[in-house]
Design a binder for this molecule. Structure first.
Ligand code: SAH
Length: 289
């Protein structure tokens, strides 16, 4: 941690290194505050005991020397502390793309988990959903999204809609998402959930990701959220030139490697990213549910 840069009263500005990420700190009334994000003209802070607060830029820049300004807004922070910790832990583990962090902040994960798991929605772990499937761990969702390098103009294909959470995150970052799910129950509930949340640029298809309908066209990005033993050549052919595919590749039972494949003029560049564990990608639509 660097030394405080300011000697003005009880504020010390900025900077603390937390894990991989750099966040500002404010030493107000002897408590250490971490800046965990921005929401428009507000800066959001969290302290070690889980209290949170907002610094509003009401008249231009905030008066950082006045801790009362900060403390007085503490009661009106709109997000629960666990959501602040969620953001902090994503940053700490190295997620730095602001658009990805914003999407992770704005999409309510609690709307995608089972009712009994709502209290755990902001823990960094995968959770069970219907049909014996899982909603991925938030860090993995953020990491895969960051590695996909999605642009506003992109059409993105997801294989494995599951709860619809990853599709919702993508919907904030690109023009259009097409997401395919082999369980009808999951496809129907994800579609309804995404509609309710206003993710109008997502189309959920009940179908088989190993057999993407021709009518779906080609994509700038493809994200596979179920483990494939190998990446089918015909899926790679659905990538636009310069396109990127991310998929967990490896044995169904055990550890897989997250692979990033980029379509170049010469062919396909493959890169291994990290080890992961996903439920298997199975061929065909599910016969039940
Ligand atoms: N992205 C999801 C989590 C995916 S879990 C989320 O954000 O919640 C993996 C999902 O892939 C499961 O729902 C599983 O049914 C689905 N799946 C597995 N094989 C598939 C295939 N061949 N085609 C489409 N979906 C598949």
């Amino acid at each position: 941690m660097r030394q405080p840069q300011s000697s003005e009263g009880c504020w010390s500005l900025p900077i603390a290194a937390v894990g991989g990420g750099i966040v500002g700190t404010i030493n107000a009334k002897a408590a250490l505050w971490f800046r965990v994000g921005n929401r428009g003209k507000e800066e959001i802070f969290l302290n070690a005991s889980g209290r949170y607060g907002i610094n509003r830029f009401r008249q231009g820049a905030p008066d950082r020397r006045d801790p009362r300004h900060f403390e007085s807004d503490m009661a009106v922070a709109p997000n629960p502390p666990e959501k602040m910790m969620f953001q902090l832990s994503l940053r700490r583990r190295g997620i730095s793309d602001q658009a990805v962090l914003r999407a992770m902040e704005e999409i309510p994960r609690e709307a995608f988990v089972e009712a009994v798991d709502r209290g755990d929605a902001y823990r960094d772990s995968a959770l069970g959903i219907a049909c014996g499937q899982t909603i991925s761990q938030p860090f993995v969702v953020a990491y895969m999204t960051e590695q996909l390098n999605v642009q506003r103009s992109h059409r993105v294909l997801e294989i494995g809609t599951g709860s619809g959470y990853q599709a919702a995150i993508l919907s904030r970052l690109c023009r259009e998402v097409v997401s395919i799910e082999r369980y009808r129950t999951l496809a129907d509930s994800a579609r309804a959930r995404l509609k309710k949340l206003g993710c109008d640029n997502v189309e959920v298809i009940f179908g088989d990701g190993f057999d993407v309908p021709d009518s779906a066209g080609t994509f700038d990005r493809i994200i596979v959220t179920a483990a494939m033993e190998q990446i089918p050549e015909k899926l790679l052919q659905r990538l636009e030139p310069g396109g990127i595919l991310i998929a967990p590749v490896g044995p169904h039972q055990g550890v897989q490697t997250l692979m990033r494949v980029t379509r170049t003029e010469a062919g396909f560049d493959r890169k291994s990213l990290v080890d992961v564990r996903f439920v298997p990608a199975l061929p065909g639509i599910a016969r039940e549910l």
